[in-house]
Ligand binder design. Structure first.
Ligand code: HPA
Ligand code: MG
Length: 216
């Protein structure tokens, strides 16, 4: 996917929180809605079409927990109904990988991965699709892809719903990107701040009040 095919969200973009229905317990904790749930869903459908077009063999779709699970579910819901470029449906199997590196709004610099050796060995010769919610510094994804390649999959592709445009990036770019977003801390659609805000459907910018209210 070429960067011109990403939806580029600019620094000042977004909508007042009052224009949407949000859980009342977060009323003071959000600065603005950056990507509405409807737009996310439409974009996920398009990402599924792009992935299907490029797929010729069965796929092992690896969900990076916890943040990507809603994106993963919606992406698979679309993908299972689609055909590849040769008009064939794509057999899908699922794996779930836990990768955690954030505390408050800062990367802890340490990446914890969890997947059994048995599951990892089953990747040999398979086409992997890693499904991530957000690529920020790129460190988690580079570490994850490197680690998975040791198990000799036939191919590894990465889809991330969000790619953050940040100077802290290691320049890693996923194969498929839903939205390129400004360097702001975002929550919702299962993206969290210390485990909160996963129950918000839209992707929103957290407010200073929200950062304080849910700091650890
Ligand atoms: N929001 C939530 N989780 C994240 C972010 C973010 O902006 N960046 C990296 N992990
Ligand atoms: Mg993630």
């Amino acid at each position: 996917m070429n960067p011109s095919e990403w939806i580029d969200i600019k620094e000042g973009d977004g909508h007042p929180v009052e224009h949407f229905v949000i859980p009342p317990h977060y009323s003071k904790d959000l600065d603005r809605v950056l990507v509405s749930h409807g737009l996310i869903r439409d974009r996920v459908e398009k990402l599924a079409h792009l992935i299907a077009k490029d797929s010729s063999k069965p796929l092992v779709a690896c969900c990076v927990l916890k943040g990507a699970h809603v994106f993963f579910a919606q992406l698979m819901e679309n993908l299972k109904k689609l055909k590849n470029a040769e008009g064939k449906s794509i057999p899908l199997s699922f794996e779930f990988i836990k990768a955690k590196s954030y505390e408050n709004d800062k990367s802890s610099g340490q990446i914890k991965l969890s997947l059994s050796e048995e599951d990892l060995k089953s990747f040999k010769g398979k086409d992997l699709l890693i499904v991530e919610d957000i690529v920020d510094t790129g460190r988690t994804m580079v570490a994850l892809v490197e680690r998975l390649k040791q198990y000799e999959p036939a191919s590894v592709r990465v889809v991330s719903l969000l790619l953050k445009k940040t100077d802290r990036s290691n320049r890693y770019v996923p194969d498929y990107v839903g939205f390129a977003i400004p360097d702001l801390f975002v929550v919702g659609y299962c993206l969290d701040y210390n485990e909160y805000f996963r129950d918000l459907d839209h992707i929103a910018v957290i407010s200073e009040h929200g950062k304080k209210a849910y700091a650890v």
